[in-house]
Design a protein around this ligand. Structure first.
Ligand SMILES: NC(=O)c1ccc[n+]([C@@H]2O[C@H](COP(=O)([O-])OP(=O)(O)OC[C@H]3O[C@@H](n4cnc5c(N)ncnc54)[C@H](O)[C@@H]3O)[C@@H](O)[C@H]2O)c1
Ligand SMILES: O=P(O)(O)OC[C@H](O)CO
Length: 312
């Protein structure tokens, strides 16, 4: 029987654990138990998060109020969590994946299959590396991706799906800035439209095989709309603009998200490195502006000038 381990236990990781655990109970070829690796932390009351999850069946910090299923077992030791798994579901913020891969390499079954729900990418001197590629290369296993409501295999465009999930986080920062500046829905729609155009153009420059149709799937335009309306990147960027850029994204993230992590600021920085390196910054005014604003090098209002100059 196949065993599943979730590598990550934040907001989305906990949702994934709950859904997967309800499926393993009804599928006879899966072991009922789902292990969920928990990056251990001590809660304000002095208890360990993993112990509280196992006692209450609830991730009280990252998904409070929702029972995960009694077959979800929180495991604070990463090696112990992954060693017997036939299926590894990766759902950590992307900035921690390099370190996680180092700890997991050589400690898993050779036949294990990976699936990544992670929205982000890594940038190295030799070029950007999608997180599923990092996982495959470092761990020597296959790694699919699942984003929006599509399994990558069903649209046959792994890079396109993963780039949608990665790049929409930059656009969400732009949308949040416009919300914070109270510029209204027309301007926000202009940012989203320009953002989608830049997502498609950037993806195709990096991976010519990426298909236009992927951007009209749930992982593309639907996820873009969701994140620009109700996501964390949008919310923190709104606060950043409302404060006139005087309080940093790091400070607002810590205060507003209480341990959850933003992907958009880091992704904008990583994408900007690629744009600068390849001389593409002028082709991507929105991506560039989001990075320069979030690094404090331009005021929040610069987002509107970029949308206005480039959305026609
Ligand atoms: N939350 C959502 O609605 C949502 C939806 C779809 C996809 N995603 C994607 O899922 C991925 C994971 O996000 P999330 O929302 O589950 O996480 P989160 O932002 O809610 O939580 C942060 C997680 O990082 C862990 N962490 C902190 N420091 C760490 C370290 N040094 N090493 C390893 N882990 C550390 C924390 O314990 C916590 O589990 C991201 O790529 C995100 O874009 C999130
Ligand atoms: O809350 P955000 O901005 O990290 O977005 C969450 C999801 O990626 C939306 O699908």
């Amino acid at each position: 029987m196949s065993k599943v381990t979730i590598v990550g236990s934040g907001n989305w990781g906990s949702v994934a654990a709950k859904l997967i655990a309800s499926n393993t109970l009804r599928l006879s070829n899966f072991d009922d138990e789902v292990r969920m690796w928990v990056f251990e932390e001590t809660l304000p009351g002095g208890e360990k998060l993993s112990e509280v999850i196992n006692k209450t069946n609830e991730n009280v910090k990252y998904l409070p109020g929702i029972k995960l299923g009694k077959n979800v077992v929180a495991v604070p030791d990463l090696e112990n969590a992954v060693k017997d798994a036939d299926m590894l579901v990766f759902v950590s913020p992307h900035q921690f994946m390099e370190g996680i891969c180092k700890l997991v390499a050589g400690k898993i079954k050779a036949s294990a299959e990976g699936i990544s729900l992670i929205k982000g990418m890594e940038v190295k001197k030799e070029g950007p590396c999608m997180i599923s590629t990092l996982i495959s290369n470092r761990l020597g296993i296959n790694c699919s991706v699942l984003m929006g409501a599509n399994i990558a295999n069903e649209v046959h465009d792994v890079e396109g799906v993963e780039l949608c999930g990665t790049l929409k986080n930059i656009v969400a920062i732009g949308a949040g800035l416009v919300d914070g500046l109270e510029m209204g829905n027309n301007t926000k729609a202009a940012i989203m439209r320009l953002g989608l155009k830049e997502m498609i153009a950037f993806s195709k420059l990096l991976f010519p095989s990426v298909k236009d149709s992927t951007f009209f799937e749930s992982c593309g335009v639907a996820d873009l709309i969701t994140t620009c309306m109700g996501g964390r990147n949008r919310k923190v960027a709104e606060a950043y603009a409302k404060n006139g850029g005087k309080r940093s994204f790091d400070e607002l993230e810590a205060e507003m998200l209480k341990g959850q992590k933003l992907q958009g600021v880091l992704t904008a920085k990583e994408v900007y490195e690629v744009l600068s390196d390849r001389g593409w910054t002028e082709k991507f005014p929105l991506f560039s502006a989001v990075n320069l604003i979030s690094q404090g090098l331009l005021p929040p209002s610069a987002i509107v000038q970029h949308a206005d100059n480039n959305s026609r």
